[in-house]
Design a protein around this ligand. Sequence first.
Ligand SMILES: *Cc1c(COP(=O)(O)O)cnc(C)c1O
Length: 389
Amino acid sequence: MQSANPAGLHRATVAEVHLSNLQHNVKALRSLLKPGVQLMAVVKADAYGHGALPCTQAMLDAGADTLGVGIVSEGIELREQGVQAPIQVLIGIFPDEIDELIQHNLTTTLYSRSLAETLSQRAGLLGKEAGVHVKVDTGMGRLGIAPDQLPGLVEFIAGLKNIRIESIFTHFSSADHADPGFTLKQMKCFQASLDALKKAKFDIPLAHCANSAALLQFPESQYDLVRPGIALYGALPAPGLAPVIESLTAKHREFSLIPVMQWKTRILTINSLPKGSPVSYGKKFVTQRDSRIATLPVGYADGLDRLLTHRMQVLVRGHKLPQVGTICMDMCMVDVTDCAEAQEGDEVVLFGQQGEETLTADEMATQAETIPYEILCGVGKRVPRIYLP
Ligand SMILES: *Cc1c(COP(=O)(O)O)cnc(C)c1O
């Protein structure tokens, strides 16, 4: 299975997506769950850059129960390809998206009375019922109703027709931090919100709060469903979680997370440049010896951040070699002087495995002063995704 770049053509620069690793990660995360807890595979942003449809199918086959998308059009795309699993639009919707939501049997996050009212009216006109997930803001300050207003909102919705509350949920701001304090505080607030609903005799099927970091660090955050994203794709929510993964592996023998994407290209050409030769825009790199400088057909228009200039390494013939000279729009350069075997056409790994060496998206994120989420989502649209079983 191969997805082409927009021109539908082959390209030397590709992102390999290893679906068996994705399925391994789904099963690994499932192995941490208490009996009966569901797993929502978060597939927003084109499955974190990996390709929503092939990844969704692979994860449903491996035991994911439901799906989380960012925006309505992502949910529609999956429905149009025949995906039948429950899909929640995580950020919520605008009133003018209601009809499409309902017609495609998607459910939405909800945090306002006005949207609930409009949803109820539109669902009635369409002769359908709209499923909603009420979000309570326990400290993220982004989306959600204040905890003290939650019972009022739930009561208001209960009085409306054609609308059904499927879950109450919240989102953590700091579950990847070493200090558990704020997450425990958010969890306490979430539990108090659920208790208040129970006391008011509202019976809501599901409660959920755990993202990847919470699932890995706080078993008590599981409730009825967990919502991992980044961990499914084999990257860390934060570098500090590496020891957490190690201790989970020590405890549950089968637990490990394997990177799903490998970003690769090939050497376009190699120049022999004498000592003292400038390389790339701005002459920021000047050869300190007679050098062989390889040019790669990948640049910032493919998602290779200019901040990586002089910070990243690549793999060629199993050796780690330094990137040199400012990263350009369509190209960048690598010093291959120390790898005499390197030749034009050789495979180059930007992150992934080659021989005995590995480079990770997590390392690239640190070098680019960002998080692996942004690295993975940022691999450009013109880089074809190649799906391997
Ligand atoms: C993106 C998202 C997740 C997944 O977060 P990860 O850190 O990638 O595990 C979970 N829940 C919500 C509401 C999200 O928006």
